[in-house]
Design a protein around this ligand. Structure first.
Ligand SMILES: *Cc1c(COP(=O)(O)O)cnc(C)c1O
Length: 478
């Protein structure tokens, strides 16, 4: 029952352009009051949010969003790292509409299947690197990583290696927010609120050069040392007890942290040496973000399992998946029942949307354009714009993803003591300038839709510059 709506005076909606009329049915004040009264947001301080009120997003097209006050906002984050083909693609809407009429749901549990999940699996096998020919479906990245754990344990059971139970992950990694995803991730603020965690998961340090390298190590030396922590951890636990290592090829939510080129080859060498499965969480990196179809291709390594979600459907409907390397798939296929599944595994509407989405990425050569044209342009533009900026310490990224490190003294690699607050100040300037740029602590993140053009990139970078300059000015740094 609503208890606050009565208190909200109804305000006649402003006159809106025709295209918005169907979606905006209440005033901003009324939306905010109802939202505050009934909606708990993810990862939010609701008391504080309810005092200021949320921004109400009512429609989107291309790389732009509109809020309920008719502000046009450029989306530097592709929703939440997911709207790779941009907003408003009719092909995806049509695919969902047709599939809902034809077969809105059927399960894939009891010796049944359906055309959309078959088409999607065949298409993923075509797009993924050669050894990835089998896919298991779920509804999110978190469920994907839960599924990864189930597959990893089943794999070692089929090999008769029942002691291989430990999974090694990284501090400041992000693998979702189910109990398993949250445990695999290395976010202290999440672990603090999770008194029960999944057993046998341990963490090593992240390859975050700017923030954590000491002394005179080069980025390559530092990345190598961080990779070698995996070997030390395996020796500590005993290789017979270690099942897998999981990492994002580049850390997304952790701040778009790109390890130096020495990192992944060393991780792969160690995993092979001790017979440990290597899992790449491709939930952000997958489907073109770095200019390659998958981020592990950008870094040049070969995982045994890949977690997929976000860009799989460009966020138009929820879907996640796990891709299995042939050697893992073979073991799972040949050893009887695998007792895992979700009602919506391979959901026909989600699968139909994923197929339409992947065909756009492929046939419109969107991924290739990120690699050869818009990606390099974006990276260069950022680096040129912020070279020698008084509060930018480094720019990391490739393709259409970037992390901008805020720093008190960029040359000395000195971070702000109150970095989180500085990030929030900068984020608020972006917000007011109608740019969506995310702050995680003292890093500002960009990950726009992959269909963005150069003019729109110029707009994002100009608005980011304005916000970062304004932040420096507020801090009295010039
Ligand atoms: C977003 C994300 C997840 C979790 O995906 P959800 O769909 O939010 O459950 C997992 N791994 C990575 C790398 C992510 O960025």
């Amino acid at each position: 029952m609503s208890y606050r709506t009565e208190e909200v005076a109804y305000v006649q909606p402003a006159v809106l352009p025709a295209a918005q009329a169907p979606t905006v049915k209440r005033s901003t004040a009324e939306y905010r009051a109802l939202d505050a009264a009934h909606h708990i947001h993810p990862f939010s301080d609701m008391g504080s949010l309810n005092r200021t009120g949320s921004r109400v997003i009512v429609k989107a097209q291309g790389v732009y969003l509109w809020d309920s006050e008719d502000n046009k906002i450029i989306d530097g984050m592709a929703g939440l790292w997911c709207v790779n083909v941009g907003y408003g693609r009719k092909e995806l809407a049509d695919a969902a509409y047709r599939q809902m009429q034809e077969l809105p749901f059927y399960n894939t549990f009891f010796k049944t299947t359906h055309p959309p999940v078959i088409e999607l699996s065949a298409l993923l096998a075509e797009l993924a690197p050669e050894p990835f020919n089998h896919f298991f479906y779920c509804n999110s990245g978190s469920e994907g990583n839960d599924t990864v754990l189930r597959i990893v344990h089943q794999y070692w059971a089929t090999q008769g290696k029942h002691s291989k139970k430990f999974v090694i992950s990284r501090k400041n990694g992000y693998h979702g927010s189910t109990i398993a995803g949250g445990t695999l991730g290395g976010m202290g603020y999440m672990h603090e609120q999770m008194p029960s965690k999944v057993e046998n998961i341990v963490h090593i340090d992240q390859p975050y050069f700017f923030g954590e390298a000491e002394g005179n190590l080069t980025p390559e030396e530092f990345a190598l040392a961080r990779a070698q922590q995996l070997e030390a951890k395996i020796l500590e636990i005993g290789a017979d007890n270690v099942a897998a290592f999981i990492g994002e090829p580049f850390q997304g939510a952790g701040g778009v942290i790109f390890p130096a080129s020495t990192y992944w080859p060393e991780i792969q060498r160690i995993c092979r040496k001790y017979d440990i499965l290597l899992v790449a969480d491709e939930v952000i990196g997958g489907f073109g973000r770095t200019g390659e179809w998958f981020a592990h291709q950008h870094f040049g390594f070969e995982p045994d399992l890949i977690t997929l979600a976000k860009g799989l459907t460009s966020g138009y409907v929820p879907m996640g998946a796990v891709g299995l390397h042939d050697r893992v798939a073979k073991a799972i296929i040949e050893h009887g029942d695998f007792n895992h599944g979700l009602t919506y595994s391979g959901h026909p509407v989600a699968a139909a949307v994923a197929v339409a989405n992947l065909k756009l990425l492929r046939d419109e050569k969107i991924v290739e354009r990120v690699k050869t044209d818009t990606g390099p342009y974006f990276q260069k533009k950022l680096r040129d714009t912020f070279a020698n900026h008084p509060i930018i310490g480094e720019i990391s990224g490739a393709g259409l993803v970037a992390g901008l490190q805020l720093a008190e003294d960029p040359k000395a690699r000195k971070r702000f003591a109150n970095g989180g607050e500085v990030g929030t100040i900068c984020r608020d300037f972006c917000f007011n300038g109608n740019l969506i740029m995310r702050a995680t602590g003292d890093r500002m993140l960009l990950s726009p839709p992959l269909v963005i053009n150069k003019l729109e990139i110029d707009e994002i970078v100009a608005k980011a510059k304005y916000a970062i300059d304004a932040t420096a000015q507020q801090l009295g740094i010039s």
